[in-house]
Design a protein around this ligand. Structure first.
Ligand code: ASP
Length: 236
């Protein structure tokens, strides 16, 4: 396995991105896993590589393996996704996790609630089974799954959020708010969490309802399965 980090690579010595990719392609890897801050970067790079490229998260666009491990977690806890009401809540505008989850869960027939304050809601929610809500209490009403998202401050323009405390007051998930969801609703978060900003400590650490650690654990078999499947497809 070659671990390649742009900060310590030839890119930092002035090599062009194209040359770096060609150098990586010349090493003839079986698979390239790529995380990049630019929109669609893994797709552009895939054209130059003679191997599958796994998107490990690009910009605010997509994070497919996170969505797959989230799906596994939901299925383990709640079964058939097409019978579920799932709320994706918080900074949807800047979240690749929200986009990939909504794409996948929508395809599988879940009823989706896209829940964000107006200033963090994308212009076009654009999923067949999705409804947009700007109130957290309304958005999680009757839901089986409440997925909270991190405020992606690194991707938002300055001044969008006045303070962490005011955001928590408006949109932080507490047990009092969670009463609006189904009594057995599970809580999810892709991490890293900001406690006291989008989620209260007691909710994050709820021993029965919080699936946050299970999501992390499910990342291992999910990503192993993706690697295994791709290697099998590419055999011979
Ligand atoms: N848990 C995710 C990850 O680190 C969150 C993200 O980066 O979007 O891959």
């Amino acid at each position: 396995m070659i671990h390649w980090d742009s900060a310590s690579s030839s890119l930092s010595k002035g090599e062009s991105f194209e040359d770096t990719i060609e150098t990586l392609a010349a090493l003839a890897p079986d698979i390239l896993i790529m995380r990049h801050s630019e929109y669609n970067a893994p797709r552009s790079v895939a054209r130059f590589m003679g191997c599958p490229v796994i998107n490990g998260g690009d910009s605010y666009r997509a994070h497919p393996t996170q969505a797959l491990l989230d799906l596994l977690t939901i299925q383990q806890a709640k079964g058939d996704v097409s019978k579920l009401k799932i709320a994706i809540c918080g900074d949807i505008a800047h979240s690749r996790v929200a986009r990939s989850n909504a794409t996948l869960l929508d395809k599988l027939g879940a009823e989706l609630h896209m829940v964000a304050p107006e200033y963090l809601m994308p212009q076009d929610v654009g999923y067949k089974n999705a409804t947009a809500f700007t109130s957290l209490n309304e958005g999680i009403k009757g839901c089986d799954v409440v997925m909270m998202l991190r405020l992606q401050k690194e991707r938002m323009s300055q001044g969008l959020i006045t303070s962490d405390q005011s955001y928590f007051k408006e949109f932080g998930l507490t047990h009092a708010r969670l009463k609006h969801a189904k009594p057995d609703a599970i809580i999810m978060h892709p991490g890293p969490m900001n406690r006291g900003v989008e989620i209260d400590d007691a909710v994050a650490d709820d021993p029965v309802r919080s699936m946050i650690r299970r999501q992390v654990a499910n990342g291992v078999p999910t990503r192993m399965a993706v690697l295994d499947w791709l290697l099998e497809q590419n055999k011979g």
